[in-house]
Design a protein. Structure first.
Length: 307
C-alpha cells in the first residue's frame, strides 16, 4: 500500500485528493494547522519523512489573502505566504533529499505566477511574471522544486493550477459567493449580491477533476511542470446567469456592481493550455462549466456531495 502525505488536507483540494487517493488504495496522512507536524519547521518535517517514508507528498497548503481579510499589511501577507509556499516547500524538498529519497513531491503552484501574461492563453513555457504577493511566493516554491530536481535529483513536480471550484470552497471565493447568494436570495435570506466585475473572464474547473491530475503527474517517469486547467474561460456574468437561472430568478434584479471591490486593473484573462498534461497522462476535465455551477448551487440547497 502506498503512503501519501497531504499538506492542507482540510482544505478543498486536500479533502478531494484524500478521498481520491483512498479510493486508489493509498494510506493518507493528512496535515492541517492542528497537526503535530509543523510544515514550516524543518526538524518536524524531517522527522515525519524519516519515519513514514511516504511514496508521495502533495504540498497543497496555501495562504490565500482576499480583500475581506483583516490582514492588509503587505509585509505580513508576504511573510504568511512565504512561510507556506516557500519555507515549507524547502523543508519537504530537503527532507526528501536527506531522509526519504524515493518520495515523489507535488507542489501546487498557481496561474498567478504568470501575472499579466503576454498572451491570452498560457502554457508551461509562458514567462513567470507575478504581479501579486500570492504569485510571487508561489513562484519561489516552483523555483525551489526546479533547484532540488536539477541539483539533487529529487522527484519534484509542479502543477500550475487554474481556478478550480467546488461546494467546499470558502465564501471568500467568487464562485461560492454567487452560488450561496442565488439560493439565499431565492429563500428570502438575502436581498442582493454585490460583485466587482461581471466581465472578468476566468478559467474555471472542478477541484475533484484537478486532484486526479495531481496524482497522475506523480506516476510519470520524469518530474516536470504541468498546466492544470479547463482550457475555457467564462465571464463572472456567465456564472451569475446560470446560478440564478437554476434558482428561477432574474439575476438583473438582484446583482449590484461595485468597482470598489476590484483589487487590480483589467488585464488579459488567465486561461490554461493543458495539452502537455493530456498528452502525457491522458487526463481530461470531466466536469463542464454548467455542471460545476449546478453542483455548487445544488450543494447550497443541502445536498451532500463529499463525505
Amino acid at each position: 500500500m502506498k503512503t501519501a502525505v497531504i499538506t492542507g488536507s482540510a482544505g478543498q483540494d486536500g479533502r478531494y485528493l484524500s478521498a481520491h487517493l483512498r479510493k486508489l488504495g493509498y494510506e493518507v496522512i493528512g496535515l492541517t494547522l492542528d497537526s503535530d507536524v509543523n510544515i514550516v519547521d524543518s526538524t518536524s518535517v524531517a522527522r515525519l519523512l524519516k519515519e513514514k517514508q511516504p511514496a508521495e507528498v502533495y504540498h497543497l497548503a496555501a495562504y490565500h489573502h482576499s480583500s475581506q481579510d483583516k490582514l492588509t499589511d503587505d509585509l505580513e501577507v508576504f511573510r504568511e505566504g512565504n512561510a507556506v509556499h516557500a519555507i515549507a516547500t524547502a523543508n519537504f524538498l530537503d527532507g526528501i533529499r536527506r531522509f526519504s529519497p524515493s518520495s515523489r513531491f507535488f507542489f501546487a503552484a498557481s496561474c498567478h505566477v504568470f501575472g499579466s501574461p503576454p498572451a491570452p492563453v498560457q502554457d508551461e513555457t509562458t514567462p513567470l511574471n507575478p504581479d501579486g504577493l500570492y504569485g510571487i511566493t508561489k513562484e519561489c516554491g516552483w523555483r525551489l522544486c526546479r533547484h532540488y530536481r536539477e541539483t539533487y535529483q529529487v522527484f519534484a513536480a509542479v502543477g500550475i493550477l487554474y481556478n478550480h471550484e467546488s461546494p467546499l470552497r470558502p465564501a471568500s471565493f467568487v464562485a461560492k459567493k454567487i452560488a450561496q447568494a442565488a439560493v439565499a436570495i431565492r429563500d428570502g435570506r438575502q436581498d442582493k449580491l454585490t460583485l466587482g466585475d461581471l466581465d472578468a473572464q476566468i478559467d474555471w474547473g472542478f477541484a475533484g477533476d484537478y486532484v486526479d491530475a495531481m496524482q497522475r503527474v506523480l506516476q510519470l517517469p520524469v518530474p516536470e511542470e504541468f498546466v492544470i486547467a479547463s482550457g475555457e474561460t467564462h465571464r463572472v456574468r456567465d456564472f451569475v446567469e446560470e446560478a440564478f437561472r437554476l434558482t428561477g430568478l432574474d439575476w438583473r434584479k438582484y446583482v449590484v456592481v461595485d468597482p470598489a471591490l476590484l483589487r487590480r486593473t483589467t488585464r488579459l484573462p488567465l486561461a490554461g493550455n493543458c495539452e502537455k498534461l493530456r498528452r502525457l497522462t491522458g487526463w481530461e476535465p470531466r466536469t463542464s462549466f454548467k455542471e460545476l455551477v449546478n453542483m455548487m448551487v445544488t450543494a447550497e440547497q443541502g445536498t451532500q456531495l463529499l463525505a
